[in-house]
Design a protein around this ligand. Sequence first.
Ligand SMILES: *[C@@H]1O[C@H](CO)[C@@H](O)[C@H](O)[C@H]1NC(C)=O
Length: 274
Amino acid sequence: MDQLMQKLSFEMCPNSSLHLFAIFAFATCGGYSGQLRVSVDCMEKASSNLSIGIDFAYPFRLHQVSFEAPVCEGIRRERVFLIGDYSSSAEFFVTIAVFAFLYSLMATIVYIFFQNKYRENNRGPLIDFIVTVVFSFLWLVSSSAWAKALSDVKVATDPDEVQLLISACKVQTNKCDSLHGPRWSGLNTSVVFGFLNFVLWAGNIWFVFKETGWHKGASRLAGGASEKQSGTFTQQSYNQGSFDQSGSYNTQGNLGQLSEYSQVGGPTSYSNQM
Ligand SMILES: *[C@@H]1O[C@H](CO)[C@@H](O)[C@H](O)[C@H]1NC(C)=O
């Protein structure tokens, strides 16, 4: 019984471990929130703010993230916005991860509980193969896009860069400082998991391909390469020829039959001429 379960979950099921890694990818990215902190120390100390916290989160629409900074003229303050919108890459990445998770979960269930349906007409393996290829590609694209977006987010939320947006910091007499930047470990992990998922899904292509049975067909064809070219066709036409007609008509039957395969469109007229 154990052995059966082991066989089911590890050897026979091509998708079994994939959803776990997809979860890590979208949880680490989609659940992220970060904070940076800067200080603006005005010449007239009363208008200073020595601890300005700026919060941002997934999906990284930084142009909508704002904070109040002193202008260093009395108590006047200005609203400052961060720069950039990285939501498309972030949301694309999370969407792919969620759908990959759902698909691998569904495929595992179908594979384990509906083996017969899965193998019916070879349709299950065929769909599985195509979807796995598509998801591998999407993992690569979305992980690359997200990795690029993340490196841009890191620049846009660097406290040293954010200081440049504050007008008071452009005045020499005021002193601006970076207190701390956001933590990146979670988002770095999400990128690693994205590429790890690409590798896993791409590797899984082979196992799903084996399920389609195409490699068996290919090796069988390669084995009988000498007869392969017209073997099946002539055999068919021989059989038909000898059943339908007899004697000298055999060769004609062959020709007509062959032309039917090579010339699409005019097989009837050709055999009629003969
Ligand atoms: C400094 O800025 C923060 C926002 O980051 C605000 O909550 C706080 O009230 C400000 N402090 C002063 C003294 O203006």
